[in-house]
Design a protein around this ligand. Sequence first.
Ligand code: KIV
Length: 284
Amino acid sequence: MTSASSSPDEIPSLYGPGKNVKRVRTRHLIEAKERGEKWAMLTSYDQYTAALFDEAGIPALLVGDSAANNVYGYETTLQVSVDELVPLVAAVARSTQRTLVVADLPFGSYESGPAQALETAVRFMKAGAHAVKLEGGRRMAAQIRALTNAGIPVMGHIGFTPQSEHAVGGYRVQGRDAQAAEVEADAHAVAEAGAFAVVLEMVTASVAAEITKQLPIPTVGIGAGPDTDAQVLVWQDMAGLRRGRPQRFVKRYAEIADVLQGAAKAFADEVRAGEFPTKAHSFE
Ligand code: KIV
């Protein structure tokens, strides 16, 4: 889709590799909402997935604090630190040409107040991020305002916020009944504080649709139904690297775990049988 008002430096469509390697900027995501163009975000934590997803035309990559579970093997996201996430952000930023790289601020790195949030966000921006994400609605408005005032684009994250899992009593859908007004108030607070987009996690589809209509900035759903402006998934869930029963909101588009394990077994079998290496893999 091409906007009639596109100037040569604008990305007419968020999708499609190759032709236009200019970096996606936050304004392109807002313009996509205005055109009614939906887009996808994936997590990425390393060089190879970042380059593949960038070439696939994914316009935004999130170096999520979900690296806690998906890279570092922690049980929850509470355990991962800024020091552990900064090198992953740097790797993803170095390995992409076009996608907007969003760095997730981990638990304990921004809640104390705007000054702490600014100090942490600056570390991620210096590592190569183009924006940061933080969890919380009204209670984080001052932090979002401080970052945007400092020129750091912020993606909000409301609804179910995993870093507050213990406070909200576990993984629970947000926005049912009287809670709908709370979630809507958080969405407005985040947008008014200057965020360029907001993740809605495990929010009822009807509340997410209403928020999406009301806000001028894109909503990025995960377990928030079909009517948000964008959708995000953790790549290991989307591609089937993580085994076990996925959460209801996940769709698996591949079974990478089977492919990878099959390759490992085939390699081991050939080594045991003396079939690898052959002359073709050897030096005279
Ligand atoms: O860290 C993460 O992967 C996230 C997404 C689930 C939105 O915050």
